[in-house]
Design a protein. Structure first.
Length: 322
């Protein structure tokens, strides 16, 4: 699941205050780099941060470090129709950013601002650029136009080419602490929600926690936890659980998401250090999950049913070797 692609509301999330304060100080001192990588895990609000920063750069009359929200430029942003803001996105989620889109960015950067101020381009997610797209971007990074800011929003900075990274300033967005995210999540999700469980299921990523509530993913996650417990206790078989996972509705049937959940469960068990299972075997299983995820994200088109049977059998075997 991707972060919400909504128009900027002139505010960043509360756990991003340190990054915001640092960058706005650079803006006001006219020391802002021409290209920034906003790097960190999914569902932490990096895209919203990029939009908020873009609106601040384009605003005619900033107030207190933020866009005013009422000038012509802010209205254009709210309408998602600002001519000096370019969003470079894949045509479809999970696909690569095509070289034509990056070339269009080059044309955008070479032209004069239509509104007489800054121009901002957001590349999201930046790691979805292939080698050709990355090479096409280098010209803009090496010869930046005046008053042009490139924001590369990236979930996996390690996947960016070294040449691209070397020409950008990295701004890190780690998973917020529970202290940072709990008040916000409690407010938007409601006091009747189990905030601790939501943050546990989402590995502390507040936007994913909210997404769990707004969809049936929370119910699916709880179902998975029950099935894993039943497997560990030998109350069911890997074959039956694999069939259930493959038979789920399309929205919840993303095996990559489910592997992420399983990875989270194993990591949590390792952190709890209950001593029931060998840590060596648990870490070996984590490695297998990583390999399975890479296989699913490749063009190999594996048999998902067989893959799940193997992963779930290995999960059950962890509890035989106590």
């Amino acid at each position: 699941m991707s972060e919400q692609l909504t128009p900027a509301t002139a505010m960043h999330y509360p756990w991003q205050e340190a990054q915001w304060t640092s960058l706005i100080a650079q803006v006001e001192q006219q020391r802002i780099p021409h290209a920034l990588i906003l790097g960190g895990p999914k569902h932490t609000g990096k895209y919203q941060f990029a939009l908020t920063l873009a609106q601040r750069m384009l605003c005619e009359s900033p107030v207190g470090g933020y866009a005013c929200g009422s000038c012509k430029q802010c209205h254009l942003m709210t309408a998602n129709n600002h001519p000096d803001l370019l969003k470079v996105l894949p045509e479809d989620e999970g696909k690569a950013i095509r070289i034509d889109s990056v070339r269009a960015l080059g044309e955008f950067a070479s032209k004069t601002s239509q509104q007489g101020g800054w121009k901002v381009a957001i590349i999201y997610p930046a790691e979805s650029m292939n080698q050709n797209s990355s090479n096409a971007l280098l010209k803009n990074l090496e010869e930046p136009g005046p008053n042009t800011l490139l924001l590369l929003v990236c979930h996996e900075p390690a996947r960016l080419s070294a040449t691209v990274k070397s020409r950008c300033r990295m701004v890190k967005f780690p998973v917020p602490t529970i202290t940072q995210s709990r008040p916000w999540l409690s407010q938007v999700a409601g006091q009747d929600q189990d905030i601790e469980q939501l943050l546990d299921f989402s590995e502390g990523r507040p936007l994913l926690a909210l997404q769990l509530i707004e969809t049936d993913l929370l119910e699916r996650r709880r179902e998975l936890e029950c099935m894993l417990d039943d497997l560990a206790a030998h109350r069911t078989t890997p074959l039956l659980v694999a069939e259930k996972l493959v038979a789920k509705k399309p929205v919840a049937n993303d095996p990559v998401v489910t592997i992420d959940w399983l990875y989270s469960r194993v990591s949590s068990d390792i952190r709890s250090d209950q001593g029931d299972i060998s840590s060596r075997l648990m870490f070996r299983y984590l490695d297998r999950l990583i390999q399975a995820k890479k296989l699913l994200q490749s063009s190999a088109n594996p048999n998902v049913q067989l893959l799940w049977e193997e992963l779930l059998l290995n999960w059950q075997l962890l509890f035989v070797t106590r």
